[in-house]
Design a protein around this ligand. Structure first.
Ligand SMILES: NC(=O)c1ccc[n+]([C@@H]2O[C@H](COP(=O)([O-])OP(=O)(O)OC[C@H]3O[C@@H](n4cnc5c(N)ncnc54)[C@H](OP(=O)(O)O)[C@@H]3O)[C@@H](O)[C@H]2O)c1
Length: 341
């Protein structure tokens, strides 16, 4: 079967090669999936560039953490899946050569990821795909969608109908946050560097849009749009360079889910700005660490119940992997970039 390997030590987005690997057999409690699609996250760029924390040079790995496909074989003792089931994976997995109780690790580094035709997973690392989604759409869920879902509803107090959410940029995490927050009855504010992208966000339901390049003090625009109260939840995909403004955009008792590393800064954000608001800062690492399947299933139920469609930017085929990475690196995309396998 075909797999794409990435040499992560080369500091290049072009270090991919197609290889032929033996078809893996599922062991006890394991499921083999014929993967139909995978999707990229910002993290995959850092892995390819060799800048992801914990990357030590000259490692080869099958990249990408997110995939969806169809079960084509199950091992002894598997109870939750059978051949023909449509499935997607959790971001972190127990290594296939370890017992099911072993620690989970991330796909796409250090574990081989989803850019291959077939992969074996422990059954506790898979969920059924939402009925309303195609496999290409479902391949966008494991990292970006779970991160947005957990920030809104899992970390601290869940966002309630009528509350306000601010999400930064128009990439994968942020567009899922917009869709989930709107489905939950919240009012959503979103930022972007592009007016065209903001127009698309309005079409998807965004209530207030702010161009963060033209309005560098966007936290003030957030305060203006909320009658000086601020927002109940910030989906903070920016990082150190935006965090202080996010603190200032938060409402009393609001929460900030610290997710991203897009905007670097030389100075540290002032945490007292959050203290003054009696706010809450949550470190986010994808979904719910303790109950990843429960969190994923709850999100999938919400997707089906509300006909939520992930925002797909472009779909590439597996022959065009370097171009796919280049497309994400140029940051012209809105939502998710997908590879069909
Ligand atoms: N902690 C976790 O578990 C976790 C999980 C997923 C992602 N992440 C992180 O979250 C961030 C977003 O990930 P993603 O996969 O959604 O990325 P993505 O799809 O590549 O989206 C990136 C978008 O963010 C916007 N952006 C860039 N610089 C910005 C800035 N200074 N301020 C505000 N927005 C900015 C841009 O949108 P516009 O073009 O509209 O300006 C850009 O297109 C990344 O840093 C990623 O590493 C963390």
């Amino acid at each position: 079967m075909k797999a794409i390997e990435l040499n992560v030590g080369t500091d290049s987005l072009d270090a991919f090669q197609a290889v032929d690997r033996p078809v893996p057999d599922p062991g006890p409690g394991q499921v083999r999936v014929q993967l139909h699609a995978a999707s990229l996250n910002y993290r995959d760029l850092s892995v390819a560039r060799g800048t992801y924390p914990g990357t030590d040079g000259d490692t080869s790995v099958v990249p990408l953490s997110d995939g969806a496909g169809v079960v084509d074989a199950v091992g002894e003792g598997v109870t939750r899946f059978e051949a023909g089931d449509r499935v997607t994976n959790t971001f972190s997995q127990v290594p296939t050569d370890a017992p099911p109780s072993a620690d989970r690790q991330a796909l796409g580094l250090p574990l081989d990821g989803t850019l291959q035709e077939q992969r074996v997973f422990h059954e506790n690392g898979l969920v059924h795909v939402p009925e309303t989604l195609s496999l290409e759409q479902a391949a966008t869920l494991p990292c970006a969608a779970q991160t947005a879902w957990h920030t809104l509803f899992g970390a601290g107090r869940p966002v309630l109908p009528g509350q306000t959410v601010l999400t930064l940029g128009t990439g994968g995490v942020s567009t899922f946050a917009l869709l989930f927050a709107k489905a939950a009855g919240a009012r959503v504010l979103i930022t972007s560097s592009s007016d065209d992208k903001l127009e698309r966000m309005r079409a998807l339901g965004a209530d207030t849009t702010i161009n963060y390049e033209r309005t560098p003090d966007w936290h003030e625009a957030v305060q203006d749009a909320t009658d000086g109260r601020g927002v109940d939840c910030v989906v903070e995909t920016g990082g150190l360079g935006t965090l202080e403004r996010s603190f200032q955009a938060a409402a009393p008792n609001g929460k900030v889910g610290l997710i991203g590393v897009l905007a670097e800064a030389d100075e540290n954000p002032n945490p007292y700005l959050l203290m003054q608001r009696r706010g809450h800062l949550h470190g986010i690492y994808v979904g719910d660490i303790e109950h990843p399947l429960d969190s994923f299933r709850a999100m999938n139920a919400a997707i089906d119940a509300n006909d939520i469609e992930p925002v797909l930017d472009r779909t590439f085929d597996i022959e065009s992997v370097p171009e796919t990475y280049q497309h994400l690196a140029e940051a012209g995309h809105v939502g998710k970039v997908v590879v069909t396998i």
